[in-house]
Design a protein around this ligand. Structure first.
Ligand code: HEC
Length: 152
């Protein structure tokens, strides 16, 4: 009987070994979990950095101008302002290609010229006035058109 109960308790060295290996296993597990967590963090940090780098190329005002441009103008002037939007294909004169040099513009690729174009339109063409967009939007649109004119 005594021998049996001794066996149940097991060899004290084996017991210690079992406890030790249990500790080691949980340590290993913990290390794995934390290192995975770190990898995940590194990835999200990378993602964040990439995201902010993409956004940082445009100032908030240009970003606003871009949004208004894509909504109101890109259909004729094209996403990059090359005058190749589907809505302008049959127009005569054609929508301005913003990359053209200043001499080929009617009011000019300056803040003043573009503001005039947007407020008054270009009579006798498909370029109608956009005064209803409001001064603030017109100002950011002018900045964005200049940005496209500079080939950015
Ligand atoms: C329906 C098509 C159409 C839309 C939409 C349109 N445009 Fe135009 N745009 C034209 C055409 C056509 C011309 C060329 C007019 C000309 O040469 O007489 C033009 C010319 C221009 C010019 C050149 C002016 C110059 O000095 O020669 C600018 C700047 C311009 N548009 C800005 C815009 C902006 C900004 C928007 C959006 C708010 C816009 N356009 C929306 C058709 C359009």
């Amino acid at each position: 009987m005594r021998i049996r109960s001794d066996r149940k308790e097991g060899n004290p060295i084996m017991k210690k070994f079992k406890t030790l290996s249990a500790i080691l296993t949980s340590l290993l597990f913990f290390a794995l979990i934390t290192s995975c967590g770190k990898k995940e963090d590194a990835k999200t940090e990378e993602g964040k950095a990439e995201g902010s780098a993409a956004v940082a190329t445009l100032s908030p005002e240009l970003e606003k101008g871009k949004e208004a441009f894509e909504m109101n103008c890109a259909s004729c002037h094209g996403e990059k302002g090359a005058g190749d939007g589907p809505g302008g294909a049959n127009l005569n004169p054609k929508p301005r290609d913003y990359r053209l040099p200043a001499e080929q513009w009617k009011n000019g690729p300056t803040a003043e010229g573009i503001t005039k174009t947007l407020n008054e339109g270009i009579p006798g063409s498909g370029m109608v006035p956009y005064k209803h967009l409001g001064d603030e939007t017109i100002q950011s649109l002018a900045k964005y058109v200049m940005h496209l004119h500079e080939g950015k």
